[in-house]
Design a protein around this ligand. Structure first.
Ligand code: GLV
Ligand code: MN
Ligand code: MN
Length: 398
């Protein structure tokens, strides 16, 4: 039988790996010491539950049931400063449903914690490689913001790595996740059944000008890379207005200025440019605007532009049958307190959809906050999510 207390206790145990000491936040980026320690603990829990733990070359950790099974899970790595539930909820709920299924002679359920969903190296890297969206050889070339390559990070897995995991043994994939936005919290509803997941584009851009003395270089003669980024950002917000909807989003989230000193005109700025939308064509139109504004600013300010590899995922729709099972579960567990909704966050489910029917459900995020230490969800909502997941998997609660 599903045991909400065991589930909540496991969730708090997982939080202890990389606990930030600020609220319930965690610092558990992919391949960090706490990430690997958390995965080792998860592997031991999978084994105790009667599943066979298997690590693939990326460090995706599977807990395999025998024979054909439904795959449940999410990811257990975090953002550089992240919340305790993003990914962790789906993994621990999967473990509880699989364990309860085995105890009660229920259906075969396998569990997964994908690696680097949070994109230290790319975008949902572990599931992208597992699903064949990116080859391991190409992924190995990706570097994090400190210049560490994925190949170097993967070597920390050591002898944990086993054979690759064949997706043919799975009948489908369901991912429980926190919403990470304000919709359910605002409406007072308990469950969101996901209709589709937005697409994303992500690129590192470098603007180069001339490093120079901040006291002697006249303003008119400067080729200041930061002024370039600043003008680009301001113009972009204005110019994108012609092509976006209120659901379109764009973010410059990582910036590194060189040499980053008070008395030096910055010679170079390197920044991440990310944008998301539910419509693939609009993603393309946004890209055209980004490229045009970049070109315009660079020409005006005498800067060189270098664009890194374009990473991305297309928007995907959820599988109708699995979705119907979640909707039935939501109506049983939280009657009239659930809705259908799109996902503005990216998820491993997007990649898994290349291989299997997939579906997702959300529980509310308090104040809509995520990717932050303050991220949290009321316990009764966490348990409701667990129960809907169990219902959809054919494992019934007490
Ligand atoms: C995943 O964490 C995302 O950035 O949406
Ligand atoms: Mn996540
Ligand atoms: Mn996340």
């Amino acid at each position: 039988m599903i045991d909400p207390n065991r589930f909540l206790s496991d969730l708090h145990k997982l939080r202890s790996f990389g606990a930030s000491g600020v609220g319930k936040g965690v610092v558990r980026p992919a391949y960090s010491e706490p990430d690997l320690a958390a995965r080792d603990w998860l592997a031991s829990q999978m084994a105790e539950a009667g599943l066979t733990p298997r690590w693939d070359a990326m460090g995706n950790l599977f807990g395999l049931a025998e024979g054909p099974s439904l795959l449940l899970g999410s990811h257990s790595d975090s953002q550089p400063t992240g919340g305790w539930l993003d990914g962790a909820l789906g993994v621990v709920a999967a473990l509880e449903v699989a364990r309860a299924a085995r105890e009660s002679g229920g259906p075969a359920i396998s569990v997964v914690s994908f690696q680097d969903e949070e994109g230290r190296f790319g975008v949902t890297t572990g599931s992208a490689v597992w699903s064949g969206g990116v080859s391991l050889m190409d992924a190995d070339q990706l570097r994090d913001h400190d210049g560490v390559s994925l190949a170097e990070a993967r070597s920390l897995l050591g002898d944990r790595v086993g054979a690759s995991v064949d997706a043919a043994q799975f009948t489908g994939f369901i991912e429980l996740h926190i919403e990470q936005g304000p919709t359910l919290d605002t409406s007072g509803e308990q469950i969101g059944v996901v209709t589709d997941i937005v697409g994303i584009r992500d690129q590192v851009i470098t603007l180069s000008g001339q490093q120079n003395h901040a006291g002697t270089t006249p303003m008119a003669l400067r080729r200041d890379a930061f002024q370039g980024l600043s003008a680009f950002n301001a113009r972009l917000n204005d110019r994108l207005r012609n092509v976006v909807t209120p659901q379109s989003v764009w973010t410059i989230g990582h910036v590194s200025i060189s040499p980053n000193a008070s008395s030096i005109v910055p010679g170079q700025v390197r920044f991440s440019m990310q944008w998301r939308d539910g419509d693939a064509a609009r993603l393309g139109r946004m890209q055209a605007v980004i490229d045009a504004v970049l070109e315009e600013v660079a020409t005006e300010m005498g800067l060189d532009v270098e664009k890194g590899q374009m990473l991305g995922l297309e928007p995907v729709a959820m599988d109708a049958d699995l979705r119907a099972r979640l909707e039935a579960g939501a109506e049983a567990v939280s009657p009239n307190k659930w809705r259908k909704m799109p996902s503005g966050a990216l998820h491993d489910a997007t990649n898994v959809a290349r291989l299997l029917p997939v579906a997702m459900l959300f529980v509310p995020s308090i104040n809509g906050v995520s990717h932050a230490f303050e991220e949290d969800t009321h316990e009764d909502d966490l348990v409701a999510g667990l129960q809907v997941l169990a219902h959809a998997a054919g494992v019934f609660a007490q």
